[in-house]
Design a protein around this ligand. Sequence first.
Ligand code: IPE
Ligand code: IPE
Ligand code: MG
Length: 245
Amino acid sequence: MALAPDTAAVLPRHVAIIMDRNGRWARKRLLPREAGHVAGVSAVREVVRAATDIKLEYLTLFAFSSENWKRPKPEVNALMGLFRGYFRSDLDELHARGVRVRIIGSRERVASDIHRMIEEAESRTVSNTGLNLTFAFDYGGQEEIANAARELARAAKEGRLDPETITPELFATRLFTGGLPEPDLVVRTGGERRLSNFLLWQSSYAELLFVDTLWPDFGRKDLLAALENFAQRERQFGAISEAVA
Ligand code: IPE
Ligand code: IPE
Ligand code: MG
């Protein structure tokens, strides 16, 4: 399945995905939740390959939220293990495909070996000019906004910043996503219709798409369908369409 020409013409620059319902996928098969997460990694692989094939510029995947620490320890450990395993097994391929890897989130709570792995993945791929692949890992939107506010407040207190110069553009540079364009399309799989603290600031004008497909079942054709859905949308950014004007 390839992209229709009219879809290719209006490809979103940045697609962000809330990869949800691995647990449900496993339960339907009478498997432990961890098996759903394992299948979820395969879906990541397929979607990343598809994104590089169609030359998407930015793909951001919500892999672990700042609230996911509340889950039972064995599940958290399984998710950490899968994150490690993914970078061990896939970093070579990502690099070969010209993917630039970034990880956004608070790095304070993750184990030191994961911290090092993140730094290695980012530094090894820093000069790549293909897909910008970002994992939101230990990421929470409110925490991100509070961190940015704290940093600006500290700079003002120390006399390094005039509070009057704080604009949305300046504020955005202090977010974990500083330097990344805002998402044009945010997809959530699994049927829930909420953002769960994902890219709250950055999604101000994103198109939202909620699909029922459980994340482990989401693949290339689902990504293409999401892009086709996006291509049908009319984005006005608060203005009115030219036809009306
Ligand atoms: C998404 O699947 C993966 C993570 C949040 C880490 P879930 O683990 O949330 O699966 P459900 O939503 O409970 O089915
Ligand atoms: C959101 O899914 C986080 C990720 C996809 C990593 P959750 O399953 O944690 O969200 P809630 O709890 O249903 O809102
Ligand atoms: Mg969930």
